[in-house]
Design a binder for this molecule. Structure first.
Ligand code: ATP
Length: 285
């Protein structure tokens, strides 16, 4: 859950300031991607954990309302994962992330393994303990499932994780952090030394796709008036996974994802801004 306070100027250590607005926004990369995929027409099951607080109940309800199967969402004692965000009048922000229940997630249980094996795609990100992510990715690979990884928050990626990933989807900063190479074209070459396929998202500049087979695609963004780009990347990867599991060609899948993300940035909020399949298809048509 994102807890967002808006203030004229962020407080210094020891200082108290009065803010002018506060809101809670269901968020987190996993939840955002699950909701994006469900709205884009996927049949989605969520594996993870919330705490026994009100935020946990609200996150569960938000996912369920979007049509996500939440039977694999466990409740554990303590707080749900939160991001405490202070936004000042310049639009600058400072963020404290407390993993809470997310920090308790371990590798997939027997039931989780059955869910993974019955799926065509597995979407992973790094807001969970690395060991849990590695074990899930390996389970996906063993089951022959396409494993998508959003490598955020940026951190070193163990070889056993990269070995299990089918499609790596970093943004430009994450791609540079992983490879140590600046510039998307060069970073893509370096990423393809690590994984079979990669998509580097470039914000309003679109995205760049490459595969070890030699295929390269440049995906322009759809020109829109962006209001709020929060979770654009999550919307992109959720829609991309859905399109890929329908065996669309990569160019079509990327166009679908790019349109989904472009529709989402025109509305405020994260989960509330994600377009439905109908909206994506109408816009493409
Ligand atoms: P976030 O962290 O906010 O989820 P991100 O940094 O992971 O975003 P971006 O590269 O900013 O991801 O954006 C993902 C995709 O969303 C882009 O590849 C593009 O298709 C689309 N997108 C982002 N910003 C815009 C924009 N201003 N106009 C149109 N499309 C956009």
């Amino acid at each position: 859950m994102d807890l967002v306070a808006y203030v004229a100027k962020a407080p210094k250590l020891g200082e108290t300031v009065t803010g002018h607005r506060f809101r809670t926004v269901p968020g987190g990369k996993g939840a955002n991607q699950a909701i994006a995929a469900a709205r884009a027409g996927g049949e989605v099951a969520f594996l993870g954990a919330v705490g026994d607080d009100g935020f946990g109940a609200e996150m569960r309800a938000t996912l369920a309302e979007a049509g996500v199967d939440v039977r694999g969402l466990r409740q554990v004692p303590g707080s749900s994962g939160i991001a405490h965000i202070v936004v000042d009048d310049d639009g600058s922000n400072s963020i404290i992330v407390v993993p809470g229940a997310n920090g308790t997630v371990t590798g997939p249980s027997g039931e989780d393994l059955a869910v993974i094996a019955a799926s065509s795609a597995l979407l992973l990100q790094l807001e969970l303990p690395m060991e849990a992510v590695v074990e899930a990715a390996q389970a996906g690979k063993v089951a022959g499932v396409q494993v998508f990884l959003t490598p955020a928050p940026a951190q070193p990626l163990p070889a056993e994780l990269l070995d299990a990933v089918s499609v790596l989807v970093p943004n430009e900063h994450e791609a540079a952090a992983i490879t140590g190479v600046e510039g998307p074209e060069a970073a893509l070459d370096a990423l393809l030394e690590l994984v079979e396929e990669a998509v580097i998202t470039l914000g309003s500049d679109g995205a760049l796709y490459g595969a070890r087979s030699g295929e390269r695609l440049r995906v322009p963004s759809v020109k829109v008036d962006a209001v709020d780009t929060t979770a654009a990347g999550d919307t992109f990867v959720g829609a991309l996974a859905v399109a890929r599991t329908e065996r669309r060609g990569m160019a079509d899948a990327l166009a679908f994802a790019s349109m989904a993300a472009a529709l989402s940035v025109q509305r405020e909020g994260a989960s509330t801004s994600m377009p439905t399949r109908r909206q994506i298809e109408d816009a493409l048509a």
